[in-house]
Design a protein around this ligand. Structure first.
Ligand SMILES: [Zn+2]
Length: 172
């Protein structure tokens, strides 16, 4: 985990709580909230489901810079692979983070009736925090809004159903 924190495209890795299956590493401040725990749990569950594909998808396309090692064989063109270290967007990392941030947002809604700071979540996708993994603010905002609307409708439906059941069970 600490070694990974040295990667240039994960600049804040050691400061944040993060997951490397099968463990969750608590950030430098040693604090973890239920929201963050759920976020990391989504990563754990995804990692468990798809195995080694998870870290590969997460680190794409920057992970392709490793191919530069092939230059040792004499063909220096492989060094061009180092260009993958540039902040090229990563739809795969963004998708895996999206699953976790969406769960966190819905959990907050269930807990408090509010979706929390959606702008802060959007910021994670477009900023250096995750190496500019998805710098398309409008799109990611529409996805969060869509998920929020969906949760509002679904959960209200589920809650009213549960309430109706509870009320009917009270009636003889
Ligand atoms: Zn995450």
């Amino acid at each position: 985990m600490r070694a990974l924190s040295k990667l240039p495209f994960l600049p804040r890795f050691s400061k944040q709580t993060t997951t490397i299956y099968p463990k969750i590493y608590i950030g430098d401040d040693n604090k973890i909230t239920a929201d963050t725990l759920l976020h990391e749990y989504v990563h754990l569950a995804d990692w468990k489901k798809i195995g080694l594909l998870f870290p590969i998808l997460y680190l794409m396309p920057q992970i392709f810079a490793l191919l530069a090692v092939a230059a040792i064989g004499g063909n220096l063109w492989w060094l061009l692979c180092l260009l993958f270290l540039l902040p090229i967007p990563s739809p795969t990392r963004a998708y895996l983070e999206w699953r976790a941030y969406r769960a966190e947002m819905i959990f907050e809604y269930v807990r408090t009736g509010q979706f929390g700071d959606i702008e802060h979540r959007i910021e994670q996708f477009i900023s250096a925090n995750y190496y500019f993994m998805f710098p398309f603010k409008k799109y990611i905002k529409s996805k969060f809004t869509e998920a929020a609307n969906c949760a509002r409708v679904e959960l209200t439906g589920c809650l009213s159903e549960a309430l109706a059941e509870a009320i009917s069970s009270l009636n003889p």
